[in-house]
Ligand binder design. Structure first.
Ligand SMILES: [Zn+2]
Length: 321
């Protein structure tokens, strides 16, 4: 754990993922006061989560800070009003009353959110979609999902499952997805998908980052990447025609490819959209930190202090992908 000084109240912000639980103390000036990370265990996830939160609260107390609220964001289908995680495949959770569990064990206000929608909140308050009423954030990592903001409101869906863009089937009878469907978008456009498709063509065990590094000198890398860019453009065309966003923000580790991703995707998107202009397609400014920053904003919001974020200035170098 690293600790620095601050002058203000703090919240506990936790991004609970399938591989890691990333927690931090965030001050009302947006400063990250302390961080702590645990590997996500196969079982007893809530016990490990509580250990991490207790560690952060103790760190705050040791430095004379007051923890005023906490927020935990998770993947999957999340009912934010009840705080129940309806389904999260990578946590192996079904109908877990996460908010009730946290409330029974913590004596501070606490809230539960969806990781990608929280990231969308962070991008809208502090990142690449500030002052944009209609935008879609698409973090692409091992898989992909979307946070949809329409008329300044987050679109959640009837089951809390809106934004599962990665599982939109785009190739009829296509390759099998981990979700059980065939031809899903994330089979072709994700870190795992690109790595698997390259290995099937050329062998080896390269990561998507290594494949990007070979562009221009490896025909198999060029081919797999081009197919990914075309598939992503097709997904963005669907998003554009359905939601008419002003901006589409690409985030997650996959977007670290930068121009190597943005240039072909915007070119293919322009080709697909014959009768209307494409929205702006930009890279996330908060990167892999967006979910955790979003959790901090949710924690301040749950004690009616969201306005604190109006003064936050996040340095891109402090929030790497
Ligand atoms: Zn799928």
């Amino acid at each position: 754990m690293t600790v620095v000084n601050t002058l203000a109240d703090v919240v506990v912000a936790v991004d609970l993922g399938g591989t890691a639980i990333k927690g931090s103390l965030v001050s009302e000036t947006g400063e990250t006061v302390a961080t702590s990370t645990r590997s996500t265990p196969a079982t007893d996830i809530i016990d490990t989560l509580m250990e991490l939160i207790a560690e952060l609260i103790a760190a705050a107390t040791a430095h004379g800070r007051t923890v005023i609220a906490a927020a935990v964001v998770t993947p999957g289908m999340v009912d934010e009003s009840s705080g129940v995680v309806v389904y999260a495949s990578n946590l192996n959770w079904k109908n877990v009353p996460l908010l009730a569990e946290l409330q029974s064990r913590l004596s501070i206000p606490v809230t539960v959110g969806h990781d990608v929608r929280a990231a969308g909140l962070a991008e809208s308050r502090l990142g690449a979609a500030q002052d944009v009423d209609d935008f879609t954030l698409i973090p692409i990592g091992t898989g992909m999902a979307a946070a949809i903001v329409s008329a300044s409101g987050a679109v959640r869906g009837a089951l809390g499952a809106a934004g599962e863009i990665g599982h939109i089937p785009i190739v009829q009878g296509g390759e099998l997805c981990t979700c059980g469907q065939r031809g899903c978008l994330e089979v072709y456009v994700s870190g795992a998908g690109v790595a698997r498709r390259y290995a099937a063509r050329a062998g080896g065990n390269l990561s998507s980052r290594e494949i990007v590094a070979r562009l221009g000198s490896d025909a198999d890398a060029d081919s797999v990447w081009d197919e990914a860019a075309r598939a992503l453009a097709q997904g963005l065309a669907t998003v554009t025609l359905l939601l008419d966003p002003a901006v589409i923000v690409l985030g997650g580790g996959f977007s670290q490819a930068g121009a190597a991703l943005l240039h072909p995707v915007t070119r293919y998107l322009d080709e697909l959209l014959v009768w209307r202009d494409a929205p702006d397609v930009v890279l996330s400014r908060l990167g892999g930190d967006a979910g955790r920053v979003g959790a901090a904003l949710l924690a301040f919001a749950c004690v009616d202090r969201l306005e604190v974020a109006d003064t936050w200035v996040l340095d891109a170098e402090r929030v790497p992908l």
